[in-house]
Design a protein around this ligand. Structure first.
Ligand SMILES: Cc1cc2nc3c(=O)[nH]c(=O)nc-3n(C[C@H](O)[C@H](O)[C@H](O)COP(=O)(O)OP(=O)(O)OC[C@H]3O[C@@H](n4cnc5c(N)ncnc54)[C@H](O)[C@@H]3O)c2cc1C
Length: 300
């Protein structure tokens, strides 16, 4: 009997366990070990008695790109279609964006005209960064930080204020340490292919046409900006956990922190926790990696 162990019950660990269950039938047991008392990791919703929802992590997901489409497809497969809340580009939630700078809320430009105005916290109109962008040379570096990429192309002020905040919002990470190639592949490709972000946006960096059905089709046709779930995004991770546990092979152990991994003489991996140890043929670790800004996905 081959056992697979997934360490970490965040969205990466849950997705890995689901993948093993669905696509690797050689594993007759899939055990997910989560160190805390609940699954979901950063995806964590608090619902208050008056019905208000507070998202501790991400609050909406974008339906674009392969990963975006796959997540929507997954929500559909997990039976969440009726709970999906589309957010359209014209909705206030998609249109109105604010930055909190020096104790003040500053509205970001909402239309093309506002790019020509000097809007605090920026010291000059955003158009002044944009018009110069196509004239900056492309980099010869294989990769660089998001901060370095954006300050090279759009100026340090835009990188310091807008991109720093964006990366804290999306990745809960530091744009000076995150890789542009890993985090924003379309931007990286636009520069490589067209030498400019503006040229890339104008001349065709579009999502490839995909055969779509169901929710993905609705998202494309109705031009969703992003989507969420009626009871918060934790509904997605809870449904993933329920789907794993609904099969005889799947098991989730909470409050079970993995303390060590060792390979034995038979080539199997011994996964130890404070209470026992498991002999596994496959181990996927989806826990936070100390000293790195990204979660490590390690496959043994
Ligand atoms: C405010 C905020 C907004 C965000 N917005 C977006 C967004 O808009 N779009 C986007 O793509 N991303 C966004 N993110 C990032 C996204 O939430 C994370 O990248 C994602 O949730 C990471 O999931 P994960 O499973 O890889 O890691 P985690 O969620 O960190 O899960 C790791 C799990 O491993 C467990 N664990 C750790 N050590 C052990 C151990 N030794 N044994 C067992 N278990 C262990 C932890 O308890 C945890 O549950 C946002 C994050 C935050 C905080």
């Amino acid at each position: 009997m081959a056992t697979a162990v997934v360490i970490g019950g965040g969205v990466s660990g849950l997705a890995s366990a689901l993948y093993i269950q669905r696509s690797l039938p050689q594993f007759s047991k899939v055990i997910l070990l989560e160190g805390s008392s609940q699954v979901g990791g950063w995806v964590n919703t608090t619902t208050y008695p008056d019905g208000a929802i507070f998202e501790h992590g991400p609050r909406s997901l974008r339906p674009v790109g392969e990963a975006g489409r796959n997540t929507l497809l997954l929500a559909e497969e997990l039976g969440l279609t009726k709970h999906v809340l589309p957010i359209f580009p014209s909705d206030p939630a998609a249109k109105n964006r604010y930055l909190f700078v020096d104790g003040k809320l500053c509205a970001l430009p909402t239309n093309a005209w506002s790019m020509f105005k000097k809007l605090p916290p920026f010291t000059k109109p955003l158009i002044t960064s944009l018009w110069k962008e196509p004239f900056h040379r492309r980099s010869n570096e294989q990769d660089e930080s998001i901060y370095s990429f954006v300050s090279r192309r759009l100026g340090p002020e835009f990188a310091d204020i807008a991109i720093d905040a964006l990366c804290r919002g999306i990745f809960a990470g530091d744009c000076r340490k995150l890789s542009v190639q890993a985090c924003f592949p379309p931007l990286y490709e636009m520069e490589k292919k067209y030498g400019s972000l503006i040229a890339g946006a104008v001349f065709g960096f579009k999502d490839p046409k995909v055969e779509a059905t169901g929710l993905v089709r609705r998202a494309i046709e109705d031009k969703w900006a992003s989507w969420s779930l009626s009871r918060g995004l934790q509904q997605l991770t809870d449904a993933m956990a329920a789907s794993i546990q609904n099969t005889k092979e799947g098991e989730i152990r909470l409050d079970t922190k993995v303390t060590s991994l060792k390979r034995n003489q038979n080539g199997k991996i011994i996964v130890s926790t404070p209470s026992d140890s498991i002999e596994a043929s496959l181990v996927i670790s989806a826990v936070y990696s100390k000293g790195k800004t990204k979660t490590a996905l390690l496959i043994l």
